[in-house]
Ligand binder design. Structure first.
Ligand code: DQA
Length: 149
């Protein structure tokens, strides 16, 4: 099974970016944790980050037929991007929306996600563990699908 993790704008700054909100783990440290657990589960992980909306759109389009699941922290684009939503819907790859912070406990403009309705589910508020929980969810969904096939 192949899972593509996509990270949106400003997530390259994790570690120093508002640590009170996002914690002190760098994106590379989170990636290492995910890769360790993925290795145990026998899941192949591809990991990318971009500050550019169009680049994320292209990667989502290209995921069709190449990946079994997409784990997406669209960061600020979560709240603004019809283009990302349309790309997820078009690609048809089951997508999990993740956030480090609990967006519902923050500013009102973060309460609305333009992508949630086209995602399989949403995990938010567990810091870097949100990514690990997404990986566990992907594993459970794949196991479920295999046993009902
Ligand atoms: C975020 C939450 C977004 O509202 C914010 O714009 C981010 C990070 C999170 O992981 O908590 O950049 O997606």
């Amino acid at each position: 099974m192949k899972v593509l993790f996509l990270n949106g704008p400003n997530l390259n700054l994790l570690g120093t970016r508002e640590p009170g909100v996002y914690g002190r783990s760098t994106l590379a440290a989170i990636e290492a944790r995910v890769r360790r657990r993925a290795g145990e589960l026998g899941i192949a992980v591809e990991w990318r980050q971009s500050n550019l909306e169009g680049e994320l759109v292209t990667w989502i389009q290209q995921a069709a037929g190449a990946f079994d699941f997409l784990v997406l922290n669209a960061a600020a684009y979560t709240h603004t991007s019809v283009a990302l939503r349309d790309a997820i819907a078009a690609a048809g790859v089951p997508t999990l929306e993740v956030h480090l912070s609990n967006v519902h406990a923050r500013e009102e403009f973060r309460h609305r996600s333009l992508i949630a309705a086209v995602c399989r589910g949403v995990i938010a508020g567990f810091g870097s563990t949100s990514y690990l929980l997404a990986l566990e969810a992907v594993n459970a969904l794949a196991t479920e699908a295999a046993s009902s096939a």
